[in-house]
Design a protein around this ligand. Structure first.
Ligand code: SAH
Ligand code: DHB
Ligand code: MG
Length: 229
């Protein structure tokens, strides 16, 4: 536990206990642990934010890249209006199997469509045929730029692109530079360069409280959508 974490342990405990999540979210985390999956789902604080964003926007068509056990998917799906849908992309068959059970348990199977396989291939199949209100990018970070460019061509004006882990678990910034940190910084600069006033970064602790990380919000400005005809 680092000094920052020690300093804020009271606040973290407060956050974890004061803002109720609903039992299904704790159940999903326990499934992640039982199945030995990596505990890299978004935090409950991030889940609350995603849920509010979906509801603020009245988003009906949501795409998620990187499902894991479906923790973030359930936050997104439960915030949808009637008739809304989430498509979620996952390359790992075991993760997908755990996620499908999650969707049954959370009662969102009717609203969630999981597509198993590498996300770039799934996106190629969706190309030009769909448009989304919100895209949440949270898979292999090396492809973030490809995912962002795809989202840029499929999110409506006034829609939102959300990217997890843009502080690379604390590895961005000069003090602890690493190849991964630099790659994430390069991606962030690419997005900020496209439209700084459309971008915001919100720092969050990771769900396992192991590090500080962040979520990037990019608002697609009205009139700048690049939807393929
Ligand atoms: N969004 C989830 C966490 C996703 S973790 C949550 O917050 O609950 C990242 C996931 O992306 C992992 O399950 C991993 O298997 C998946 N992944 C990694 N590379 C991928 C790719 N190329 N295509 C699709 N999924 C991928
Ligand atoms: C990792 C991936 C994530 O999406 C995340 O939120 C935290 C960690 C990882 O691959 O280590
Ligand atoms: Mg993540």
């Amino acid at each position: 536990m680092d000094a920052l974490h020690r300093r804020f342990s009271g606040v973290l405990h407060y956050l974890a206990t004061a803002l109720p999540n609903g039992p299904v979210y704790d159940w999903i985390v326990s499934r992640i642990r039982e199945e030995g999956l990596p505990e890299i789902q978004i935090s409950a604080e991030q889940g609350h934010l995603l849920s509010l964003l979906v509801r603020l926007m009245g988003a009906r068509n949501v795409l998620e890249i990187g499902t894991l056990a479906g923790y973030s998917t359930v936050w997104l799906a439960r915030a949808l209006p009637p008739g809304g849908r989430v498509i979620t992309l996952e390359a790992n068959a075991r993760h997908a199997e755990v996620a499908r059970a999650t969707f049954e348990r959370a009662g969102v199977s009717d609203r969630v469509e999981l597509r198993l396989g590498p996300a770039l291939e799934a996106l190629a199949r969706l190309d030009g045929r769909v448009r989304f209100d919100l895209v949440f990018i949270d898979a292999d970070k090396a492809n973030n730029r490809a995912y962002f460019d795809w989202a840029r061509r499929h999110v409506r004006g006034g829609g939102l692109i959300v990217v997890d882990n843009v502080l690379a678990g604390g590895r961005v910034g000069a003090a602890e530079s690493s190849a991964y940190g630099q790659a994430v910084q390069g991606f962030n600069e690419y997005v900020f360069g496209e439209c700084a006033e459309c971008s915001a970064v919100i720092p969050f602790y990771r769900a396992d409280r192991s590090a500080l990380d962040g979520m990037l919000l990019f608002l697609v400005p009205e009139g700048t959508e690049r939807i393929d005809p």
